[in-house]
Design a protein around this ligand. Sequence first.
Ligand code: GLU
Length: 484
Amino acid sequence: MEKFRVRFAPSPTGPLHIGGARSALFNYLLARKNGGDFIVRIEDTDLERSSHESEENIFASLAWLGLDMDESIVSGGDYGPYRQTERLAIYQQYTEELLKRGLAYYCFCSEEDIANERQAAMDKGEVPKYSGKCRNLSTEEVAERIAKGEKPVVRFSVPHDQRVVIDDAVRGRVVFESEGIGDFVIVKSDGIPTYNFAVVIDDHLMAISHVIRAEEHLSNTPRQVLLYEAFGWQVPQFAHISLILGEDHKKMSKRHGATSVVQYQEMGYLPEAVFNFLALLGWSPGGEDEIMSKEEIIAKFSLDGVAKNPAVFDMEKLKWLNGNYIRQSTPERITDLAIPFLQKEGYLPTEITDEQRHWVNLIVQAVQEKIHTINEIADFMPLFVDETVNIVDEEAKSVLLDEDVPIVMAAFRNKLAALENWEAEQVKKIFKEISKETGLKGKKVFMPIRVALTGQMHGPDLHFIIPILGKELVAERLKQTLGE
Ligand code: GLU
């Protein structure tokens, strides 16, 4: 059997979008599942909109997601170059072949001519397509006009009355009639090939076996198939994956919030959560399990499980998955991820000491069970650092009015005064001892202490909070909430 070779072919005209990342991921999964190659090709023929900055963002995002590639502009490979603007001589060679064989022709129609033609067709209620006006220009006329400095485009001669059948792995059999397709441009007047032309040449020369890409390219596919046929090349297996919709079932866009991978990274999502989430956007493993490791996803992935209907981007599900992955991580890893967030929020200086790192680690242990994204840690920070505590909630205020409170707090102060080692395990013991000494249990003990220290009735475990606050802040807060 031929080797599975798949490619992700982004145009570097912006940061890697969630939809692009999902296409990249499905290609990656298919390659890894089948022992194939995953190739990343940069399609930068839109010279005005392409940038190196976008290229860098795309590679950084793919690396962050853990989509290691076998061939690309970064990793190299036997089928390069992997950037289209470095392949112009190759396209030129194939353009000449088509011109020579009479399967393509120079077209001198101006943009204005084309626009007028379009308008006229639309006025007559017809679907606009290029009339083929320049199809039969003589070789002499072409040579003369080029010599005079005119800059023609090259158009592909679309064969008449041909049926193009695409057996799409996701969409099934899709049929197009060539009559509906006008002679399309394959090389622009500046000599740069169009997407439809370059993509066919590259996919063929790079021995791509499967083309998995967004549904929006389905309408381009008959043009590409006609080119494969003109060259006598084998057509790859196509798989057009559905759109990603926002929760309002409209096409996912900036209106729906973050659309680029890097934004999710910045919001405190873990790469394996985004990986897992994207895999489930339009693919179903066919079981109940939703939380799956990379290895499990690779083992289960197949194009048969890819749905035809659009996938809905469910933000709550992503958060839920991320929360799970945060809980599964070591506090050390979450500490590493939390530090830059806390620096950004001004809770830490740019250079941190071992002591500050330890302090973040304690905070992470306190909140790891409670957060869904790393930057939610920032929401808890006032709890750990504020000098002042305000008891706003009426119910919380009433907790401190209970008749047993003075007994509990006195015992608590005594225990703290004797506490040598302010560590979670030691603090935990204090609560047991207070219970034993006062004969009060559970809530009766920890609720007044919680309210007195934090002003709130809910939050991370007290035995985590107290060591983070430390002696001075504990004393200060008790003074404020309970008086001397
Ligand atoms: N450069 C195209 C895009 O970013 C690639 C489409 C394809 O995979 O063929 O949409």
